[in-house]
Design a protein around this ligand. Sequence first.
Ligand SMILES: [Fe+2]
Length: 224
Amino acid sequence: MLRMGTRRPRLATALSEALSAYHVPTGEHSRRVGSMARQVGVVLGLSGPELDWLWQAALLHDLGKLGVSTGTLSKPGPLDRRERKEIECHPAIGADIVRACVAGAGARDSEAFDQVAIGILEHHERWDGSGYPSGRCGDAISTIGRILGPIDVYDSMIEPRYYRPRAYRTDEALAHLREGSGSLFDPAVVPAVIEVIERGAAPSGQGAAAAADTAGDARGAQLA
Ligand SMILES: [Fe+2]
């Protein structure tokens, strides 16, 4: 039997490995977002359980793509209406998987996984309410969801996509974050994300093609 404190990371790692086995580019993207989220969390002053929840939510933010066909994830062109709706289900699917995995867990683990599930559910919500699945805005979005949004978009931009072979340069992606601060993204979070990117701790943008990820974002669609 796993001790308290080890069960959550092990489960997060196991679920992440399942996602990587299903779709390699999504797994690679998720690991990069996880690494960057932990660094951004430290800059924002998170520690202990909060930092742990952030990392796990980041690692699993696209877990729900297990419920999206690989044909849609790897489509080499724009998504049609049905495919876009399929993609937009992935935050809820991921949150449901995490909650189902811990059904019957103790109160302390249940609270932790609930925080992780909410972060997964809300990583495509946007500060101005233009995101999905609920269109929440501002502080109504969880802290984890508000931190994951700009990190996810940044990593999506600096990698090639099946539907967009050219990756954006780091300066182009940074400009998008700055332009979106206070509209798409929490203005209290963007400076921390930029700090981590600029000190060179974040991914460089040269890597394998990533999955269709932020294709459903309201204004990020043409950039992600
Ligand atoms: Fe996503």
